[in-house]
Write a protein of this length. Sequence first.
Length: 587
Amino acid sequence: MRNPQIVLNSLSEHSRLIDYKFERLYRILFNEAMYYVAYQRIYAKPGNMTKGIDNSTIDEMSLPRIEQLIGKLKDETYQPNPSRRTYIPKKNGKMRPLGIPSFDDKLVQEVIRMIFEAIFEKQFTHSSHGFRPQRSCHTALAQIKATFTGTKWFIEGDIRSFFDNIDHEVLIGILSKRISDERFIRLIRKFLNAGYVEDWVYQKTYSGTPQGGIISPILANIYLDELDKYMKQYAEDFDKGEARRRNPDRSKLVEKKARMIKLLQVEKDTVKRKAIVASIKAIEKEKLTHPAGVEMDEDYRRIKYVRYADDFLIGVIGSLKDCKKIKENVKSFLNDKLKLELSAEKTLITHAENPARFLSYDITVRKSTLTKRSKLTGTVQQTYNKKVVLKMPEDVIKNKLVAYGAVRFTHHNGKEEWKPFSRPQLLQNDDLEVLTKYNAEIRGLYNYYSIAINVGSMNTFLHFMKYSMLKTLGRKYQCSVPDICRKFYHEGAFTVFYENKKGEQKSRVFYNEGFKQRKEIIEYTVDYYPELVYMLGKTSLIDRLKARACELCGATEDLQMHHIRKMSDIKDGKERHRKIHNGQQID
């Protein structure tokens, strides 16, 4: 049984070779240790306690269960179960379909995902940020901020129902470029064709990735890597010129300043020298009102591109005509090569001075005459002009407050007025749970928009959340907000005191850490590839299972690992243990 760390690092090393084809991947699925690592990675996810179509969950995990899986894979009788389809609400009020796979299928998929990541991660381009190690929405936004400087137009790209419309034959064709193992490819086909069950009716899947599948995100990246590489080549063909042609108006001022400096060097009269210095300062001030290069230089063009999942943003230095052609070319590539369709209503061409929406941020290119003196040279520079600005959209705060039910709206003299409102769904929670809920919601929104230039407007969100919490507790205790303040305020902060499991007295306060813009992620090096070296460490959970002895009573037969959703679910550990060993139903 080869060490999974060695297996994955070997795959990763071979992936560097562009023409290398992987021929014996399927046999990796016979390695029990790979499933130990997979189990260790996914066991804590809460969805694992949700039953799939086979009515099983992660509970009752055992070594024989893994051995049976491997046995089915060896004789190719393994058949993934269809996902159980359910629906969850979307922000727009519609319902999003959600697939719930069986846990055994999740375990096999996690092993496949690790294999795929080792093979494909190093071939992905810098422009791809979704579902990748050490990358996120923030790194995508950081790349835009760092590389889209001077952009004239944005093309906001959105692929219509991407995950549902991935063409199976196209995907298999892409995988086959690097994988020459028919058994492994057949297994992927089984997952793609597994289908789903809705209202006890089986539905076959003819396109798309596995519903709720662990391998779906990386399959999506493998699929859209074709678009990333197309855009990389497109940019190489489109880009033109080393730099913009220098602005003649600015050049004249530079020459005039040089002449004045020469005069200053030879002039001895104090009054005249002062007049020359004043002229130089006036020239320098006027020079800053002119851009260094000609903005509409036909001999200078650039394309920048960033993608997160099925959303992408293209920055163009060029004409509107160029943008329309780029959009049509991308549309044709997606349709002809990947059998995908651009969403007409969401794929927009936007002037860079107007906000383009990407990853729920408003992105613009600033037009500014503001200056800043360089610490190195001492010269005054237009530091802010043509720089990308990331903003939290104006409707975010309102929409979040509405989603949480923390405000109600009234109209007075034609104006909309916001009023904090209590949240009835929290009335059954204890005080600490209510406070923790509000703090988590505030931190969650701040963490996402912490790199926005206007993140300070979160103070409005904080105000309404605070008074919503006070009203919720007031409703719970049937008293006024001032009474709640007198009850909970301690040393100027809203505080809940509680006792932990060790009997220690603890306290938690309402969020009071401010909303300062964070700069760290902006300094992310966009040309840096994560160097993945697999250091998997010890799989302590499996080590406990492999000990083949019950941790409570020492029994050594028919051992299984039992899972719970949360520790508070254990009301009587010994009684639960007795029922498990007797094969009785657990509450």
